[in-house]
Design a protein around this ligand. Structure first.
Ligand SMILES: Cc1ncc(COP(=O)(O)O)c(C=O)c1O
Length: 454
């Protein structure tokens, strides 16, 4: 094993530290701005929402940040997550490419989300917090925070996007099994929820709205803090255990990926796999193709604008420079609920602007087709979000076949779809259709971006 990996993994192959790409970016990220003054935010501005340790991680520039032992102890429940070679899929495709996937569905909640839910819950517990509020789209993040809260004795309140709340009753039941309270968003429990319901009583909700509700609850109650499952720098940081393990596992397998793929909603599972590899490249290592895959119905990187924007619909959050479709943009209600977000992580957006990564957008029917092919060859039913990465990996493998190239492809299988079977039923019954976003809605949302001086 190389020194780089010996440094970051312990003898059980669990990372000792998180890797921070901010230490290696060739140019620093634009600062996060206060929504009122448009000046860079300081730690005290974020204190009503987050405990200080997480705020410090948000602005950290050191390359490695040690993972607290109690957090690593929880990680031992399912980590290291396996790196698997998809030989049967390779054979079915008849490709000379090698396909590997890092499988994050082995966590208790079934996705990569507990990788950040556990440290977030732990740091809040250390700061004496008793209750957390959050949002969830597909329900993966909500159930992950509910799980983490149950381990550390924290109450968890989850605003679940209405369309997912109705589509996925078993995710809600899972959150409740872990002891969380789950509310359909928009709800009557917050000012911003009530305002939206008044205007649009049948609103399907969105992650942007659910974030507003969860932030409002935390901002108004000193004993409640807010937890976010993606987008923020500290979430990207926590997810880098995926890529660090993958680098070591690829070394053990005697392989080195040429193409690295992850689906991207707010960007965290993609960043988790890609950033440690990108760090190697920025410190003089070889260049690999790194592809973020998003839904064509919510194409933040490929169609959005790189601008300062709010993270939520009601404009309660600070301004982050990111690829955005505009905070009022309402994506159609497609099945990959975890990818229905108007913005993208500032770190992922910065990497995209610097030309360090590529982005691609796919419609949902082709993604489900890939998910079914994957299930029938590798046995794992991917989460609807993860099918976007599967689709891209298959397309890259087919490109290798056409070009006669034996490249190595690595993708992140961010979660399993055991709670998403209604989406598969709809697919089999031919009810799943490709959905386009409304161009006029997008133009209106982009026209409403906050005016921030250059
Ligand atoms: C299984 C799965 N993959 C991917 C995502 C997208 O989030 P992110 O881009 O932060 O990884 C989600 C979000 O809910 C998810 O549940």
């Amino acid at each position: 094993m190389s020194d780089q990996i010996k440094y970051v993994l312990d003898e059980e192959n669990i990372p000792k530290s998180w890797y921070n790409l901010n230490a290696d970016f060739p140019t620093p990220m634009p600062p996060v701005l206060h929504p009122g003054t448009h000046q860079p935010v300081g730690p005290s501005d974020l204190e009503p929402l987050f405990p200080m340790e997480l705020i410090l991680q948000e602005v950290a520039t050191e390359r490695y940040i040690e993972i607290p032992e109690p957090v690593r102890d929880v990680f031992r429940m399912w980590r290291p997550a396996p790196l698997i070679r998809a030989r049967r899929l390779e054979q079915a495709l008849g490709t000379p490419a090698k396909i590997y996937f890092k499988y994050e569905g082995v966590s208790p909640a079934g996705s990569h989300k507990p990788n950040t839910a556990v440290p977030q819950a732990w740091y809040n517990k250390q700061a004496g917090i008793k209750k957390l509020s959050t949002e969830t789209g597909a329900g993966q993040w909500g159930s992950s925070l509910a799980f983490a809260g149950s381990l550390f004795g924290l109450e968890v309140l989850v605003f679940q996007v209405r369309v997912s709340y109705d589509q996925k009753p078993y995710r809600r039941a899972l959150m409740e099994t872990y002891g969380a309270r789950c509310i359909a968003s928009p709800s009557n429990e917050t000012d911003c929820g009530r305002a939206i319901l008044e205007k649009t009583p049948n609103s399907p909700g969105s992650l942007g709205i659910a974030i507003s509700e969860a932030v409002e609850v935390a901002a108004k109650n000193p004993d409640i803090k807010y937890a976010l499952g993606s987008v923020l720098n500290h979430v990207m940081l926590h997810q880098t255990i995926i890529g660090q393990e993958a680098i070591a596992q690829c070394e053990m397998a005697g392989d080195d990926p040429d193409v690295i793929i992850g689906c991207a909603g707010g960007g965290s599972n993609f960043a988790g796999l890609a950033f440690p590899f990108l760090g190697l490249q920025l410190r003089g290592g070889r260049k690999r193709r790194i592809i973020a895959v998003e839904p064509a119905a919510c194409p933040t990187l490929t169609r959005g604008t790189y601008a300062y924007d709010f993270g939520d619909t009601a404009h309660l959050t600070p301004l982050v420079k990111m690829h955005t479709l505009g905070s009022t943009f309402m994506p159609p209600g497609f099945h990959a609920g975890g990818l229905r977000y108007h913005g993208m992580s500032g770190m992922v957006s910065h990497a995209y602007e610097l030309g360090l990564i590529e982005a691609r957008a796919y419609q949902q029917v082709g993604c489900f087709e890939a998910g079914v092919q994957f299930a029938r060859t590798e046995g794992i039913v991917p989460a609807p979000e993860s099918t976007h990465a599967v689709r891209c990996a298959i397309d890259e493998a087919l490109r290798c076949k056409e070009e006669g190239k034996s490249e190595t492809i690595l993708f992140n299988l961010s979660g399993h779809g055991h709670f998403d079977m209604q989406a598969y039923i709809n697919y089999f019954e031919g009810k799943l259709v490709d959905q386009d976003y409304d161009e006029a809605d997008l133009a209106t949302a982009l026209a409403g971006l906050p005016a921030v001086a250059a």
